[in-house]
Design a binder for this molecule. Structure first.
Ligand SMILES: [Fe+2]
Ligand SMILES: [Fe+2]
Length: 189
């Protein structure tokens, strides 16, 4: 696996904006970026590298909104552009249907935060101010058990993600929620 230099955040953001117009999807990508940065910092890894990986993990979804093509076709574009292989493999790994193993800590973390970020945002959007600022971890945990809430978010992926990362689910939710709260000016608009 390579650890070559990765594109800058500005380059990653330009790629995201070139491919994605939907504000909610752009927000999801910045949200996953924020989570990845916090997890990298905690693990003593590179927040820039993990951050851009989060930022671009769904960059092809608007053009390839089906599991036949997302994220495989997007990763082909990244490879053409010379993106480092560890990032490409992590992006493939966030989608279980690719069958690409999540071996690096970065790949495991991307999978562990992707659906969880979607779920946390869904929880925030039903609050009066539609912000994570006042969202409590216990409310997130409670809603996870409600099958009628945010049905499109896979609970199995959230549980599996934490397990692969080797962290306890409640602690994972709390850490990720706090990361999103702390960085909310960066992603929550
Ligand atoms: Fe995805
Ligand atoms: Fe995603």
């Amino acid at each position: 696996m390579t650890t070559t230099a990765c594109p800058s955040r500005a380059e990653a953001l330009a790629l995201l904006h070139e491919w994605v117009e939907n504000p909610a999807l752009r927000k999801h990508c910045r949200c996953v970026e924020a989570a990845m940065r916090a997890h990298a910092a905690r693990a003593g890894e590179d927040p820039e590298r993990w951050g851009v990986t989060g930022l671009i993990h769904d960059f092809d979804w608007e053009r390839h909104p089906d599991l036949e093509r997302h994220p495989v076709a997007g990763v082909a574009v990244l490879r053409e552009k010379g993106w480092p292989e560890d990032i490409c493999v992590a992006v493939l790994g966030h989608a279980t249907h690719t069958g690409v193993a999540r071996e690096s800590l970065m790949a495991k973390t991307l999978f562990a935060v992707d659906e969880l970020c979607g779920f946390i945002v869904a929880c925030s959007l039903v609050l009066p101010d539609k912000s994570v600022a006042g969202l409590e971890a216990r409310s997130v945990k409670k809603k996870l058990g409600r099958a009628d809430f945010a049905r499109n978010v896979s609970r199995d992926d959230i549980v599996q993600g934490a397990a692969e990362l080797g962290v306890e689910l409640d602690a994972h939710i709390e850490f990720t929620l706090n990361a999103l709260k702390e960085a909310r000016m960066e992603w929550e608009q």
